[in-house]
Design a protein around this ligand. Structure first.
Ligand code: PFF
Length: 474
């Protein structure tokens, strides 16, 4: 049965259900696809260390702030901010960052589903190859036996050139996301998180062990953790800060929305810390899963966004049981993607329920359907609309295709603006007593949080925003 209750009456059935769902939201393509790609392109160790500092000094205070707003507000992001503002004698117009967040989540969902569609297709390719390997009586052979490296790489180009295929994959992934969200917090999001997150961790650990046995773990460790500080340029720092926000799902009101389904109890500090630690742990493990395999076969760890789609399938070809582990690898990314995409759809859906009075299925359908259509435009940018530059008049985006424009605009503009307003609101406007009692932080932790959120976060996020928008000034 589809749940039709409004967001205000829905809730998590336990604290661990919330934590799993929030970790599911945070852990996604950002951890497994974007983090290793960035670390690879940015030269490894120095980037990783700076990234970890960003997560704990900037990300964690913001995670706590968003959960706090939701916990107090008990409704969609816009309504929740309004309630906190009312209880703090602040202006209701602060709720604008809830609306910006919902719009950003909606836009991110559109291209997130397209990329997840690619993963779905690759899971299909590797799954079919595994079935073939089993039928040939050689289930432990390498992946895509008999295909040359050029042929494997060509698969990506062939996929991009086929709009029908891309739309089908995007449709399947968005359909699954929509179905889960239409079912509601309890029987949709929570159920998926409680089944899929443990499966995700088992798969991840299994693949890291596989990488350490079959791959070059020593090389991967030194690549990921040996800092070469000369590589830490302002651009790299900027990328690390942006990635920390994206990976923790900050600035899009996702944790405000999930936090609003917490019905009782405080202890928000340890909960937030668990989310930040788990998300960062998964990003590092993803690096320790991917680089041993890439390095073992002498491939380039700085291959960029195609690392996962072109480099790894070839690496799995040369490794024992590569057909099996290659398939599991894409299943792992798919699981991570769906637990994140549902959180992206939940933000605007909750907004439709709370602010427009729509039923849950109607709201999910409107926003999921809208994101599906924008996603189609994004994927057509890889073939029939390859020449379209949506923001051609803006020097920053003048050479950027449709998907990268939506990605760049949300990541460089909307997300930092959302995070900046969140930190200013919590740091300077929210009622101190309300903050203290709701979060349940100890006095020293509270003081530290207040300092970070009032001073360090706004400053650092403003820097990401300005340097992101005017790359020339770096
Ligand atoms: N944190 C997700 C990832 O790392 O893939 C991306 C994301 C999910 C961003 C949900 C924002 C969000 F609300």
């Amino acid at each position: 049965m589809v749940a039709t209750t409004t967001s205000t009456s829905e809730g998590w059935s336990s604290r661990s259900a919330f934590i799993l769902a929030a970790i599911g939201a945070a852990v996604g393509l950002g951890n497994i696809w974007r983090f290793p790609t960035l670390a690879g392109e940015s030269g490894g160790g120095a980037f990783v260390i700076f990234y970890i500092a960003c997560v704990f000094l900037l990300g964690l205070p913001l995670v706590l702030s968003e959960i706090f707003i939701g916990r107090v507000g008990q409704t969609d992001a816009v309504g929740s901010i309004r309630r906190v503002a009312a209880q703090s004698q602040s202006s209701q117009s602060w709720s604008i960052f809830g609306a910006i967040g919902a719009l950003a989540a909606f836009l991110i969902l559109s291209f997130y589903s397209v990329v997840a569609g690619w993963v779905l297709y690759y899971a299909g390719i590797m799954g079919a190859d595994l079935v073939q390997a089993v039928m040939e009586g050689d289930p432990f052979r390498g992946a895509l036996a008999g295909e040359s490296q050029a042929q494997i790489q060509q698969r990506l180009g062939d996929m991009f050139a086929n709009p029908g295929l891309l739309i089908t994959m995007h449709f399947l992934f968005m359909g699954a996301t929509l179905y889960i969200i239409a079912r509601g917090v309890h029987s949709g999001i929570e159920k998926v998180a409680t089944y899929l997150m443990p499966a995700f961790f088992v798969l991840l650990v299994g693949l890291v062990i596989y990488g350490s046995v079959e791959g070059d773990m020593g090389g991967a460790m030194s690549f990921l953790f040996t800092p070469d500080w000369s590589k830490l340029t302002p651009q790299v720092m900027n990328a690390a800060l942006g990635q920390a926000l994206f990976s923790l799902s900050l600035g899009v009101a996702g944790l405000i929305t999930y936090g609003s389904y917490i019905k009782e109890g405080s202890g928000l500090g340890p909960t937030s810390a668990m989310i930040a630690i788990a998300d960062t742990g998964v990003a590092l493990l993803a690096g320790l899963m991917i680089f041993p395999i890439v390095l073992a076969v002498g491939l380039d760890p700085a291959a960029g966004p195609t690392l996962v789609f072109q480099t790894l399938p070839f690496a799995f070809q040369t490794m024992p049981a590569g057909a099996l582990f290659g398939f599991l690898f894409f299943v792992l990314i798919l699981v991570a993607a769906i637990t994140s995409s549902i959180s992206l759809l939940e933000v605007p859906t909750a907004y439709g329920i709370g602010e427009r009075g729509w039923s849950r299925p109607k709201s999910a359908l409107i926003f999921g359907g809208g994101a599906f259509l924008i996603g189609i435009a994004c994927l057509l940018g890889y073939n029939v609309w390859a020449d379209v530059r949506p923001l051609w008049f803006w020097p920053l985006f003048e050479n950027t295709d449709i998907l990268d424009t939506v990605d760049g605009f949300t990541g460089k503009v909307m997300l930092p603006v959302g995070a900046l307003l969140t930190s200013l609101f919590i740091g300077w406007k929210a009622d101190e007593n309300l903050l203290r009692t709701t979060t349940g932080l100890s006095p020293w932790a509270f003081t530290l949080w207040r300092f970070l959120i009032a001073w360090l976060c706004p400053l650092a996020v403003a820097i990401i925003l300005v340097t992101g928008l005017f790359p020339g000034i770096l």
